[in-house]
Design a protein around this ligand. Structure first.
Ligand code: C5P
Length: 415
């Protein structure tokens, strides 16, 4: 599940928020069950409306049973004559997924002829729409015009994905990945206090090749950096994520993703992106040293038979990305780095974090313990000791990486 591959599936920052989910008539309705469950796990209150088309594919009972409350039905019943006004009065955001061609047309003309399209017209808050249909229907001018109108009215489009559609055709039309829809919904509910801010994030490990097939690396999962990149994007920032290899973190397409392998590649990508960044979060576990390689190393595999005794490899120093870019800071640019230390307790992290802050000339250092038993690498939760250049310091209790990311973003916004 791509949703579970993003650290925000464990965020506590959305508890108590209210979202209205509208489903149109599409076979993709079944995919929304997982999205609904993921939203409910964050303690978001989700109400739902199934359009007449959606009710042909799935039953309101399914969504009611999963925890959506209320699930609205027909428009013209005696039960609640003002039901079409309720989401507009109560929900903070509306997610319409899947949106069929027919539903897009009803929304874009404000038809209000059925419960869902009436609720849409009566809703003034932020709205995201994830269409799903046959690729030729998606490409048709009528659909293009309807989408254009809805976007002009302020809706966020979660575009359909490329691939096989249920009708057996290929092209753009299938419902976006569940992770895109889940995070698209969270973005509607998040404060947009990072709008207009350009953020650079480095994440994951680097791989330093010895020969054509072997490398020196570390077990960084990229989850902390993935949480930060996602958090900034949810809060409205423009995000460039420079990702080391092999990470298994789902990032929404709205984040510009640059994939690199070794520290030098990461340094070059970060150096290019840095001038236009307002904030940098340097969470990558960059290898400090790289093997000095023989000529044509890419074409060579070091042979055991040709290496009697021990293999000796000399290492050269890699560039320090955080220290170099921090030293080269322009107007108002802020830099946050991480420290991973083995210490007897959390308190002992603080002086080490401050040493690192000074050595790297960063604005903030967030330090965690990587004692072999602590499992900091790849874990979903962690404790943090945080220090900043103004002399503030705090120790945080174990919490999810999504929540840590949230607090670190707020800290950098504050100073
Ligand atoms: O030097 P150390 O690895 O302890 O510092 C950790 C911090 O420095 C992290 O934020 C890491 O991303 C950054 N770093 C870097 N380039 C390196 C080594 C570390 O950006 N070559």
């Amino acid at each position: 599940m791509s949703m579970d591959l993003n650290p925000f599936c464990k965020s506590t920052r959305f508890a108590g928020k209210k979202l209205h989910l509208g489903l149109g008539g599409s076979v993709a309705c079944y995919k929304m069950c997982d999205v609904l469950r993921a939203l409910l796990r964050l303690d978001i209150q989700v109400s739902a409306t199934l359009s007449p088309g959606a009710r042909e594919f799935v039953s309101p009972l399914l969504f009611r049973s999963l925890g959506a409350d209320p699930v609205y039905d027909e428009m013209f019943t005696d039960a609640n004559v003002f039901a079409h006004l309720e989401p507009g009065a109560q929900a903070q955001a509306m997610l319409i997924a899947p949106a069929s061609a027919n539903l897009l047309s009803r929304l874009a003309t404000g038809s209000a002829q059925d419960m869902l399209s009436a609720q849409f017209v009566a809703f003034a808050g932020p709205c995201a729409i994830a269409p799903a249909m046959n690729p030729r229907m998606w490409a048709h001018k009528a659909t293009r015009e309807n989408v254009k109108t809805l976007v002009e009215w302020g809706a966020s489009l979660i575009p359909p994905a490329l691939g096989d559609t249920a009708c057996g055709e290929q092209g753009r039309g299938r419902l976006a990945d569940s992770g895109e829809i889940f995070l698209g919904a969270l973005r509607l509910l998040a404060p947009q206090d990072m709008a207009g801010i350009n953020v650079l994030v480095t994440l994951g490990p680097t791989r330093e090749m010895w020969d054509g097939v072997r490398y020196w690396s570390n077990p960084s999962s990229g989850r902390m950096g993935g949480a930060i990149a996602t958090c900034c994007w949810l809060r409205g920032a423009n995000v460039t994520a420079i990702c080391g290899p092999g990470i298994n973190v789902f990032l929404p397409e709205g984040i510009e993703r640059i994939s690199v392998n070794c520290a030098n590649e990461m340094y070059n990508a970060a150096k290019d992106a840095w001038p236009k960044a307002n904030m940098g979060f340097f969470s990558a576990a960059v290898a400090d040293f790289a093997p000095i390689r023989p000529e044509n190393a890419d074409d060579v595999k070091i042979k055991k038979a040709a290496t009697p005794g021990n293999l000796e490899i000399e290492f050269s120093r890699n560039p320090d990305i955080l220290a170099t870019l921090s030293a080269d800071r322009g107007n108002g640019q802020k830099a946050l780095g991480f420290a991973a230390e083995i210490t007897p307790d959390m308190q002992s992290l603080l002086p080490l974090a401050r040493l690192k802050l000074n050595a790297k000339k960063a604005d903030v250092i967030a330090a965690n313990r990587v004692n072999p038993a602590s499992g900091a690498f790849g874990a979903d939760d962690g404790s943090m000791a945080v220090v900043d250049a103004q002399g503030h310091e705090e120790i945080w209790q174990p919490q999810s990486k999504a929540d840590i990311a949230w607090e670190l973003c707020s800290w950098l916004l504050r100073i």
